[in-house]
Design a protein around this ligand. Structure first.
Ligand SMILES: [Zn+2]
Length: 483
């Protein structure tokens, strides 16, 4: 069976066929960077990461675009999120943006999410957004009122096709004064005039103002992926109004379908309750990562299907911790065994059939709408066989160990991102070890120019080599790495 994906747009599973075979364009709605990311963001972006990883694993070239929303959007209170953050922390809005964008990247790196290929920022694409708004006015899909521009929903016959809603609701966060000037309550802002105290503002044909939220995704997706592209991803709560408005704008501009497949990740609750700041049950990724290893958090997020909801609790994380260890322990043991020379101790074990069927069952599970829990179940079955083998034979043959190792590396590592990576310390240690070896070799052949150069230059970077009876050891000074 080839890859089937559930498409929110058609409300069914469909065979996945990219516009150009072997090439996939994918856009995912990124974070608004005004505060630390929470575990719900973690769940969303791990879900999207698995999709990208699996598409690449199956031979596709994926162009993964994820925007950074660094223009504030109005809260219910009428406040701009980024300006609110700036007031809270008494800083420039762009300082808030930089601070939380870095915090977001750190969290995503820690969770082993691959970095998107392009992370366009809304503030870096204001001309593109203004051009999109101008085009919509020209084509009769938008109108200007006193410096603000609104999309005319009545001009878009398919509005509501993604969410299935014929909305009579107002756009969340629209202030009364904006509401009253719209022709219809469903119309949404493409451009907003800036009040005198609004700091983030740009010149436009309609006076000074700032773009609405939805238009940034339409403008940036079009710029990097074209008017019609393969996959648009996001969280379930992006479907309405955000993604619905994106479709309306983009299709009104190009006259073409926007994204072909809409993939939405289920929401994360905390002990059965939707996370919200007002309930005080919001958990930042930063805090969760202090409590649990990143791979355990990731394992937890993959333990339910990406479209399903998932509930965060201490018990669920403890179970994830046990599951992850059960999966990873034999993988590491196989790696360790491979580091010992086989010599004449190797016992020939025949696991070829199990290895092949594990690989094909894993692929079947993932082909079924990226069913990571199903794929994990396949790996657990296989792990039982590896454990039995390790218990029966002290030193299985290298051939078998290599096959098992590459199965874990490909599936648990490359696709699911669950194998622990070398920490920076141990990688640093390995590099210093390598240089120390090269220096010893230079000394052995009396090439003191090279050996002194290595020692002196390492010292300048804060690494001191010490020659002792049992070889060279070293100290890495944590403070001086940037001197
Ligand atoms: Zn978006």
């Amino acid at each position: 069976m080839d890859l089937q994906v559930y498409n929110t747009l058609t409300r069914r599973k469909e065979p996945f066929a990219p516009l150009e075979p072997g090439h996939v364009g994918m856009y995912v709605c990124g974070p608004t960077v005004y505060d630390h990311a929470h575990i719900g963001h973690g769940k969303l972006y791990v879900s999207m990461d698995i999709i990208v990883r699996y598409l690449r694993f199956t031979g596709n070239q994926v162009l993964y675009v994820q925007n950074i929303t660094d223009v504030g959007h109005l809260l219910d209170s009428g406040e701009d999120r980024i300006l609110k953050g700036a007031r809270r922390e008494k800083t420039e809005p762009m300082q808030i943006v930089e601070r939380y964008m870095r915090s977001y990247m750190d969290d995503m790196d820690a969770l082993h999410n691959l970095r998107p290929d392009i992370m366009p920022r809304a503030t870096g694409h204001v001309p593109e957004q203004i051009a999109a708004v101008e085009q919509l006015i020209e084509k009769g899909h938008a109108y200007e009122v006193e410096g603000s521009v609104y999309f005319d929903v009545s001009s878009s016959p398919n509005y509501g096709k993604l969410s299935g809603r014929r909305i009579q609701e107002l756009e969340v966060g629209t202030r009364v004064d904006f509401r009253e000037e719209k022709r219809s309550p469903q119309d949404f802002a493409l451009w907003k005039r800036a009040d005198s105290e609004h700091i983030m503002r740009w010149r436009s044909p309609w006076g000074e103002g700032f773009p609405g939220w939805h238009i940034e995704c339409s403008a940036m997706a079009e710029k990097y992926l074209g008017s019609n592209f393969d996959i648009h991803g996001g969280g379930l709560d992006n479907i309405f109004p955000h993604n619905e408005c994106e479709i309306a704008q983009s299709e009104a501009m190009s006259g073409m379908p926007y994204a072909n497949y809409w993939l939405h990740a289920g929401t994360l609750t905390v002990e059965g309750v939707k996370m919200s700041k007002s309930l005080g049950n919001s958990i930042t990724l930063h805090k969760a990562l202090q409590q649990y290893p990143p791979e355990v958090l990731r394992f937890f997020m993959l333990s339910s299907h990406y479209r399903s909801p998932i509930d965060y609790s201490d018990e669920a994380l403890a179970a994830a911790g046990r599951g992850w260890e059960r999966l990873v322990a034999p993988a590491l043991e196989v790696q360790r065994a491979l580091q010992q020379p086989e010599g004449d101790k190797g016992v020939t074990v025949n696991l070829t059939e199990s290895i092949e069927s594990a690989r094909s069952n894993f692929i079947s599970a993932m082909n079924d709408d990226f069913n990571a829990p199903g794929a994990l179940a396949v790996l657990f079955d296989f792990t039982k066989q590896v454990n039995t083998m390790l218990a029966e034979h002290a030193r299985p043959d290298d051939g078998t160990l290599h096959l098992i190792n590459s199965l874990y590396r490909d599936l648990a590592g490359d696709v699911l991102g669950l194998l622990p990576t070398l920490s920076r310390e141990s990688r640093e240690d390995k590099l210093v070890g390598l240089l120390a070896d090269i220096r010893s070799e230079a000394r052995a052949r009396e090439d003191f120019n090279t050996s002194d150069k290595i020692r002196d230059q390492l010292r300048q970077t804060g690494v001191t080599l010490e020659d002792g009876k049992s070889g060279t050891t070293w100290k890495i000074d944590a403070q001086s790495s940037s001197d």
